[in-house]
Design a protein. Structure first.
Length: 490
């Protein structure tokens, strides 16, 4: 399943898109599906894309290059404030499943799936339209993989540690303001200060810190999870981080530092996870924050907030998104999805290849030897002239394989189904879908050939149903085979 994710990330606009796109990427990756993230961004955004398959490309100015790269994608996900309506329309027209991540009903989206994980997204007035599916609310907020776990957080009798975090960059200079306030008024309190890669006020922060201040520079998701577990309260921006704090169960004072955070702030206030509504422009902000902070000193109050946060955000939003998208592709494909064969599939393919009926219908009918199979398999999955696709159901059970061996301007197809999935009407749609993908991925392929044992009536029916036509007979190793053919549509 070819999946492309398109997004952006700049110091001037923030890197929140990258964080949630990485979360969705990780949920695909967990199922052995590896997307490519195409980022219109600056050099600093690379630190948010560690261990991901990505390309930096200005897809606003080079849309033709982007569309060439994402050609034949089964799923295309767009998370952008820059993309035009025309861009979304084009995406919707070129892929089986277009997906649009939204925060504030930015445009009228074309056919596809709209995802909004905001706390109040279910109440937003999205217009029901044919061809549009909505995944709304914190049930679908994508958190990074390290936040998928659940771990009981201790709520101490007294506040000992405060976390100050304002994302990957601090354009409103909130971190020094908050640190100054806590150093002056709560000198005995431990202060955990998170400094992002885009911060330009690090020197000021270092000048303000006291002996109880610990600074964390661009912590990983795993490190951030641990910092949150160790924090009794947090002062945070109202973006993606607030969902991570809620999931961990950290009582939070949130400050909106951008227009796209206002919905989160309003929604969390309604949920009573927050006590007050603040923005970077709030008059007498520090004085008012101290009043709120003092209200959080009551342990019962903090227990309430922690319980509410964990109840609303279970951390599994990214996995739900991917499951929903995979299920949609499975429905479109009539019962399966494809992914590329990888090294860990070697056992599945070995067992399938050695099934009696598979060997009887193969050109080489001899039993497969393990060592020879491993050597063959490793070469095949690395061969640029081989397209090797495996089919799975919604529960990721192995259905079978389709392989294409490219020979100059044509390909030879081979198909084998796991015995548990034969007779279920999957062969023909698998052949149809895989053949279309072969033509889409390899422009040099003009036609595809299938060699079928004349006694294999089910296979003949499947290829005929998939619009292959009998071309000629061919003798291989003294055995006669029917050769069926599909020609690329002009």
């Amino acid at each position: 399943m070819k999946t492309s994710i398109i997004t952006e990330g700049f110091h001037s606009t923030g890197y929140g898109h990258l964080t949630r796109c990485q979360s969705i990427y990780q949920a695909f990756e967990e199922r052995n599906l590896t997307p490519t993230i195409y980022v219109n961004g600056d050099e600093a955004c690379k630190s948010f894309l560690l261990n991901t398959n990505y390309e930096l490309i200005n897809w606003i100015e080079n849309s033709d290059l982007l569309f060439d790269k994402i050609n034949s994608s089964d799923i295309i996900i767009v998370d952008s404030y820059q993309a035009s309506k025309e861009f979304y329309d084009k995406i919707s027209s070129i892929t089986a499943l277009p997906v649009f991540i939204d925060d504030n009903m930015r445009i009228e989206y074309p056919s596809g799936v709209v995802i909004n994980g905001a706390i109040n997204a279910e109440q937003m007035k999205y217009e029901p339209r044919a061809g549009l599916t909505y995944l709304l609310g914190p049930k679908y907020v994508p958190l990074r993989k390290d936040f998928w776990q659940t771990k009981e957080k201790a709520i101490k009798p007294e506040i000992q540690t405060v976390l100050i975090t304002f994302g990957g960059q601090d354009t409103q200079n909130m971190t020094p303001r908050m640190l100054r306030m806590f150093v002056r008024n709560y000198p005995d309190l431990k202060k955990y200060v998170v400094v992002g890669s885009g911060f330009e006020n690090v020197e000021q922060i270092n000048e303000l810190k006291d002996k109880n201040t610990e600074i964390f520079s661009s912590p990983s998701a795993a490190e951030m999870f641990k910092i949150m577990l160790d924090s009794d309260i947090a002062v945070s921006a109202a973006g993606q981080t607030i969902f991570e704090l809620a999931h961990v169960g950290v009582p939070t004072i949130a400050i909106s530092i951008a227009d796209n955070q206002k919905n989160n702030l309003t929604g969390w206030l309604k949920e009573e996870f927050l006590l007050a509504e603040y923005t970077s422009q709030t008059v007498n902000l520090e004085n008012r924050l101290q009043l709120t902070f003092n209200a959080y000193k009551k342990r019962e109050q903090r227990i309430k907030f922690a319980t509410l946060g964990k109840k609303r955000v279970d951390g599994l939003g990214a996995k739900r998104i991917v499951q929903s998208l995979v299920d949609t592709i499975i429905s479109k494909n009539q019962g399966f999805y494809f992914r590329a064969a990888i090294l860990k599939d070697v056992n599945n393919i070995f067992n399938l290849a050695n099934e009696r009926i598979v060997r009887l219908n193969s050109i080489n009918q001899s039993p497969i030897v393990w060592k020879e199979h491993v050597d063959w398999y490793n070469k095949k999955i690395a061969d640029p002239n081989t397209i090797f696709k495996l089919a799975f159901n919604s529960a990721d059970e192995f259905i079978g394989q389709v392989r294409f061996d490219i020979k100059e301007n044509f390909a030879i197809i081979s198909l084998a189904l796991n015995k548990d999935f034969r007779g279920k009407g999957l062969s023909a749609p698998m052949i149809t879908t895989a053949s279309s993908k072969c033509f889409g991925e390899r422009k040099e392929v003009d036609y595809i050939l299938a060699h079928i044992n004349p006694k294999n009536i089910p296979s003949i029916k499947s290829f005929t149903s998939a619009n292959y036509v009998l071309s000629h007979n061919e003798t291989i190793d003294d055995e006669k085979y029917l050769v069926y053919k599909m020609i690329r549509k002009k």
